[in-house]
Ligand binder design. Structure first.
Ligand SMILES: O=C(O)C[C@H]1C=CC(=O)O1
Length: 96
């Protein structure tokens, strides 16, 4: 199943820079791993915001929740999820 996910990161202003840097580095490593294994299909920066729009390809909402709640930055994210299904006029066969 494909899901559209928008993640907005809100790090506390008093979070020490070293802690924030470590969180971002572990988040990056996990995001790259999930992209390599095909679960995180697209990752786009929302211009001008510390936010991304992503497409996940997972078995269902349970797996998506497991992945999202395991992200290192999860405690500092606002997340909106939309389930996607194939559009009747779409010509691309991209697994939806
Ligand atoms: O930067 C972000 O949008 C938050 C998060 C998503 C991937 C990553 O490396 O960090």
């Amino acid at each position: 199943m494909l899901f559209h996910v928008e993640m907005t990161v809100e790090l506390p202003h008093d979070l020490p820079a070293g802690v924030a840097d470590r969180l971002k580095a572990t988040e990056k490593a996990r995001a790259e791993e999930l992209q390599r294994n095909g679960k995180w299909r697209h990752l786009w920066r929302v211009a001008g915001r510390y936010a991304n729009v992503s497409i996940f390809d997972v078995r269902g909402p349970g797996e998506l929740h497991e992945i999202l709640s395991g992200l290192p930055l999860f405690p500092f994210m606002k997340i909106e999820v939309k389930a996607l299904c194939r559009h009747g006029s779409a010509i691309a066969d991209d697994g939806a």
